[in-house]
Design a protein around this ligand. Structure first.
Ligand SMILES: *[C@@H]1O[C@H](CO)[C@@H](O)[C@H](O)[C@H]1NC(C)=O
Ligand SMILES: *[C@@H]1O[C@H](CO)[C@@H](O)[C@H](O)[C@H]1NC(C)=O
Length: 246
């Protein structure tokens, strides 16, 4: 039986179109799954190490993209709207050497924020954010050179206690310039925190604790004395009664 040639032609055109869209879809999904995060610009790094450079700068991002390829070497997330870095944000990126988080709204680095990066990370840019203090638990042994300038650092006992527990390259800490301090008359304001090393911001706290102890002890002492006085007077009255009766 012979089919009309017009029918055959129409059929093969439809088949061809179907096949074509299938190929396109496969290519699209393959691309999304293996190479680059949506929206970000992505390039293979030049140089011997290979790996990728991901540029997600200036994209109004409020969250860190989930689909970052695991062979990313450099990641640029600068000029976005990130407010915090959650725990394990960069987990599964064993090659990541350079991380740019500058010019965001970062006020909080959660404990474990840079987990897994201790071995690979060499440069961390946290400049021009809203950081006021540093939690050593966010860094977990990261020794990278860091840019910490341009943040409204609040220099107090908490920050002073945190600094010795940070493994960041020491020169990085010169970027911590106190915008406010506790106590406010400590003289730390406007100077790099490291250079204001001699002043002990925890002394004030100790003094406050000592004062509280003193007040409490004085309170107890007063109570004991009052009780003794009351007791003695009571006894005296009883003795007087006794002598009057007889
Ligand atoms: C990235 O993931 C793939 C597939 O899971 C794995 O084969 C490869 O070794 C990983 N690359 C790195 C650098 O971890
Ligand atoms: C640190 O960041 C600031 C502002 O983002 C920039 O001007 C400065 O050059 C950076 N410093 C270093 C040492 O990278």
């Amino acid at each position: 039986m012979l089919l009309p040639s017009g029918w055959m032609l129409r059929h093969s055109v439809v088949m061809w179109l179907l096949f074509h869209s299938l190929v396109l879809m496969t290519l699209f999904f393959h691309h999304a799954a293996t190479s680059c995060s949506k929206r970000c610009y992505c390039a293979d790094s030049e140089g011997a190490f290979g790996g990728k450079t991901m540029r997600c700068s200036n994209l109004h991002l409020t969250e860190i993209p989930q689909d970052i390829p695991n062979d990313t070497l450099r990641l640029y997330l600068d000029y976005n709207l990130l407010t915090s870095i959650p725990a394990n944000a960069f987990h599964g990126l064993p090659l990541l050497a350079e991380l740019d988080l500058s010019h965001n709204e970062l006020a909080l680095l959660e404990p474990g924020a840079f987990r897994g990066l201790a071995a690979s990370l060499q440069f961390l840019d946290l400049s021009s954010n809203q950081l006021t203090t540093l939690d050593p638990d966010a860094f977990e042994g990261v020794t990278a050179r860091s840019n910490l300038t341009g943040n409204p650092w609040h220099c107090d006992c908490r920050l002073q206690t945190a600094l010795p527990h940070l493994d960041l390259e020491p020169v990085s800490l010169t970027g911590i310039i106190c915008q406010t301090s506790e106590p406010s008359d400590s003289g730390a304001q406007g100077v790099p925190f490291l250079l204001a090393k001699d002043l002990d911001l925890c002394v004030v706290l100790k003094k406050t604790t000592d004062m509280a102890m003193l007040v409490t002890m004085f309170g107890w002492f007063t109570m004991v004395i009052s009780y003794l006085v009351y007791y003695v007077r009571h006894k005296e009255r009883k003795i007087k009664h006794f002598t009057i009766r007889f």
